[in-house]
Design a protein around this ligand. Structure first.
Ligand SMILES: Cc1cc2nc3c(=O)[nH]c(=O)nc-3n(C[C@H](O)[C@H](O)[C@H](O)COP(=O)(O)OP(=O)(O)OC[C@H]3O[C@@H](n4cnc5c(N)ncnc54)[C@H](O)[C@@H]3O)c2cc1C
Ligand code: FES
Length: 292
């Protein structure tokens, strides 16, 4: 159905190739990690030893890979001790990585109009998915919408092209995606220039409203971001009869299925059950999640 499969989890020493401070305490980290780069799929993550002094690793989504050059790229926000120590790592230093972990997004061949939604530091797996899908033949459209209430980790730029169904004054876009030719737009409540004023789910609704019923039947939503965003996106998808996959975050200890410390309530065919975000997820059908 998808071509994105879950496979071996590698323990790999990743040497830092690039480490860049971006706006709002966000960092882009590129590491040499050929085994993970060769087998990662959009939605999978790495469990990162941010520093030898920390007993626990920290989970980070994979944003980009280059299997030929053997690197993986992460985007993270400095929020606590782990990410603070990680932000000190310099080029050439080695960081232990466990990955790729988890079930990736599954995009069936019936999906001709994927709508990718990212919120805050939930954007990385969406960028990875956009990179994979732009190479897929037979799509009628591919659209990425990203929202943030902090400055974006890149300089938004006015897009060179319009997007059917998106208001014409909403022009702010992500340079990387524009360079790839992937239609995309940005949303915020902070009044950043050219962005949609509102939540990313509101902009998604405007786009869904613009579709004919037959076009809507070809659409599917893939989302990663804070829980309230994922919950409202799931409601939106239900309202419009569109399938929806969401990538969840939970506190993690082992990240390989052993400790059950990362469970969430999921509505399975056999009834409600606690599922591990690390290995049963992090991607779940939105409609199956029993929201807190
Ligand atoms: C599958 C997965 C993928 C993730 N991908 C990314 C990513 O691509 N980029 C990124 O910046 N962050 C990502 N996170 C969140 C990241 O793991 C946490 O921000 C990180 O562990 C914080 O570690 P710390 O020691 O710096 O902060 P801590 O001191 O542990 O926590 C600082 C703050 O972060 C919050 N926090 C900690 N862990 C989590 C978590 N798992 N989920 C939600 N909030 C948390 C705490 O509530 C606290 O407010 C991901 C989490 C998961 C589970
Ligand atoms: S973190 Fe241990 S089972 Fe998921």
């Amino acid at each position: 159905m998808t071509g994105f499969e879950q496979g071996t989890i590698f323990l790999e020493d990743g040497s830092v190739l690039q480490h860049e401070l971006l706006p709002a305490n966000q960092y882009r980290l590129r590491l040499r990690a050929p085994s993970i780069a060769a087998s990662a799929n959009p939605g999978t993550f790495t469990h990162v030893r941010c520093d030898e002094s920390l007993a626990m690793r920290r989970p980070m989504s994979i944003m980009r890979v280059d299997a030929q050059q053997g690197w993986v790229e992460l985007l993270y926000r400095k929020v606590g001790r782990g990410t603070h120590l990680l932000s000190k790592k310099t080029i050439g230093e080695v960081i232990s990585l466990l990955g790729p972990i988890g079930n990736p997004f599954a995009v069936s061949n019936q999906v001709k109009r994927p709508l990718l939604l990212g919120g805050g530091v939930g954007v990385p797996p969406i960028i990875f998915l956009a990179d994979r899908l732009r190479q897929r033949a037979g799509l009628s459209s591919l659209l990425v919408l990203a929202g943030s209430e902090r400055p974006f980790p890149f300089s938004p730029q006015p897009s060179r092209s319009s997007i059917p169904g998106i208001p014409t004054d909403v022009i702010a876009s992500m340079p990387l995606l524009d360079d790839w030719g992937v239609p995309n737009r940005l949303a915020t409540l902070q009044g950043f220039a050219g962005c949609f004023h509102g939540y990313v789910a509101d902009l998604a609704q405007i786009w869904l409203n613009s579709l004919q019923a037959q076009q809507r039947a070809e659409a599917a939503i893939f989302a990663c971001g804070p829980v309230p965003m994922l919950q409202s996106v799931t409601m939106l998808a239900r309202e419009y009869g569109v399938s929806c996959q969401v990538s969840l975050e939970e506190y993690m200890a082992c990240a390989v299925g052993g400790c059950a410390g990362c469970t969430v309530a999921i509505d399975t065919d056999e009834g409600p059950a606690m599922k591990r975000v690390c290995v049963d997820g992090p991607v779940f059908e939105g409609d199956r999640v029993i929201w807190p």
